[in-house]
Write a protein that binds this ligand. Sequence first.
Ligand code: NAD
Length: 368
Amino acid sequence: MSLTISIIREITPNEKRVALVPESVKKLTDKGFKIYIERGAGESASYPDSYYKESGAEVLEGPGEVLSRSQIVLKVQPPAPEEINAISPDSFVIGFLQHYKYPERVKMMAERKINAFAMELIPRITRAQSIDALSSQAAVAGYKAAIIAANLSSRFFPMLTTAAGTIRPSRVLVIGAGVAGLQAIATCRRLGAVVEAYDVRKAAKEEIQSLGARFLESPVVAEGAGGYARELTQEEKNAQHTFMADNIAKSDIVITTAQVPGRKAPVIVTADMVEKMRPSSIIVDIAAENGGNCELTKPGESVEHRGVLIYGPLNLPSTLPTHASEMYSKNLVNFLNLLTKDGKALDVDFNDEILQKSCITYKGETKI
Ligand code: NAD
């Protein structure tokens, strides 16, 4: 018997992505999976039902019909309570499950004996790179942050030499050079801006420089476990404040991406720093989802403070849904390769670090 996979329309407000794109459906049906998809599930990401049918999926009317038939449910956002109730016991659910935000849904899934795996908990190890959805979606966010900054700015990014004179390029500062920050740097560079970047991890220096940006040497180094940053001490925060203030004041655009795992995003850009920026400067704070790196950020909103615009966008990957879905869908297909064998038996090998660390409920038990 081949395994069945369900894709339903994401109902979380402003979520335009879809978990599987038609190209991935084709790959999975070729392997022997049977795919059911809710009518219109891919529409907001520009994948019409006809593409799914051509790729071998069966399009069904509503979420209930799709969910009741399936052994594996692929999601972007965590399933809502009514969706969890429609999923058959012993099924698998894979997606960004946000267990810290929705503990009651985790409990519901365990009670219904749904086996749940969270894409955000996949360890950032080399073997898991092709499954690493945090990275694929962070790359989308970093790119989009640069485009938004260019769009909001009243200045050119590149240097222009015209008959009307020479225009100096915009000066961009990227704070936090992880996956999103590096993509923001690369995109701003392609647009012609002069880019500087800063991170508390030493390893970021070489990566920043390889993209043609200047690394700001800071007195504060804060490497944490697993390649992440750690939270700064109060003394380090004070040193960072002094060091950042001048650099921020000189920038036309500041893009902030700094995160510390399991914590609220660190506040790095304070109100007094914003007040030293030139009017018409822009801050795009993509850590807004997690509180923001700027003291004045209001998640999901634009705030103007003494001529400086501070924008804290939410769910940036969803604003580029076609490619974000394509990347996420590939991550899911690669995850299914670990979880299943030849499109058939579900074979959860908990000796595998990737499966063990990403599992949040299994056979009625909560694993986190
Ligand atoms: P993240 O989203 O947790 O944080 C973004 C960046 O903010 C990080 O570079 C972090 O160092 C920086 N930061 C935190 N506090 C800061 C502060 N006070 N000031 C300035 N910068 C600050 O990070 P991420 O993008 O998920 O990546 C984190 C690490 O994981 C990186 O080392 C990356 O290379 C690594 N990684 C490895 C793999 C893999 O091997 N499979 C995949 C992805 C990422």
